[in-house]
Structures are given as C-alpha cells and as structure tokens.
Design a protein around this ligand. Structure first.
Ligand SMILES: [Zn+2]
Length: 169
C-alpha cells in the first residue's frame, strides 16, 4: 500500500505511478466500496472519513467523496459543497477528541502538488509543537511584499476564468 503513504505534499512521483488508479483499482474506491478494511469515522451517501494508515500524528484522518473524482479540478460541485460541510465537522471532531495545538487541512491536486492517490482526499492532520511536519518555504520568503498592481493583475486573471465544471451544473 505504498501509494497510500503521505510523507510530504512536495513529494513527486512518476506520472505512471500516480495515474495507475481508476475506479476498479483505485485504493480509495475500494475503501468506499468496503472491499478493503479501513477504520471508518463516519460515512454518508456521498462521503466517508477514515483513519490514515500512516498517521503523521494521532488523529490524522482522511475525508473522501465516495464517488471517484481525481481531485478538486474535477469534483462535482454538489459533492464539493457536501465535502466542505463534512470537513468542518471532521476537523472539529478531531480537535475535540485530541485537543492538538492546531489542525491543518491539506488537499494535493495533481502529481505536481504531491498527490499520490488519484482520488480526491482531504487530510485532517493534528499539529503539535515539535511534530516535525510542516510546509517548506523558500529562503527569501517574505523578504519583499508583492506590488499591489501585480497582485490586482493576478487576481483579475483568476477572476476572468470560467468555472468550467460549475457552469455545466
Ligand atoms: Zn477512486
């Protein structure tokens, strides 16, 4: 089950490895179907939450849509809305259960972002001081603030994009 490992969101795998999953062979589809065991926290018609088998910290779990969507670029809007609600619930439950210093929610979209299992999944990872998990930032991060006109231009570029998936629903 090495594909299930989540070590760092910066880890890159060869395209052939990351894309080997489909609905039949996809690890998370198998879990959603009950074909392989998982420690399930909750499930409903659209979603399922279960424990990560390689927990970074106590309480590290995953939330997935039961239907196969590769990542956020392809997920159905209705399912995405439901995932957001269940994510808030799951995050609060984990917080209540273990009272960590904080909790990080992580989604890797695509191999370039470190996605290892090609089925949308959201990590819920409790964080505590000294846990040795974290984001990596460039050495010159925050040395210079981006100019406002540049940020406005980037915002406009993003704003101008059509929500291709959403516009179809
Ligand atoms: Zn799947």
């Amino acid at each position: 089950m090495s594909l299930y490992k989540f070590r760092t969101i910066y880890l890159k795998l060869p395209q052939s490895v990351a894309n080997m999953g489909d609905n039949e062979s996809c690890l998370f589809c198998k879990i959603a179907r009950g074909d392989i065991p998982a420690s399930i926290i909750f499930e409903d018609k659209l979603t399922m939450a279960f424990m990560d088998i390689f927990p970074i910290s106590k309480g590290h779990c995953l939330l997935i849509p039961k239907q196969h969507y590769e990542n956020m670029l392809y997920v159905d809007t209705k399912v995405a809305k439901h995932l957001a609600v269940r994510l808030a619930e799951l995050t609060r439950k984990v917080h209540s259960a273990f009272e960590p210093d904080g909790i990080i929610n992580v989604i890797a979209n695509g191999v370039g972002a470190g996605q290892e299992v090609p089925h949308l999944h959201i990590h819920v990872i409790p964080r505590n001081e000294g846990d040795r998990f974290g984001f990596m930032f460039p050495d010159d991060y925050r040395e210079e603030m981006a100019p406002r006109d540049e940020l406005d231009g980037v915002a406009e570029t993003i704003r101008a994009q059509t929500d291709l998936l959403g516009s179809k629903q």
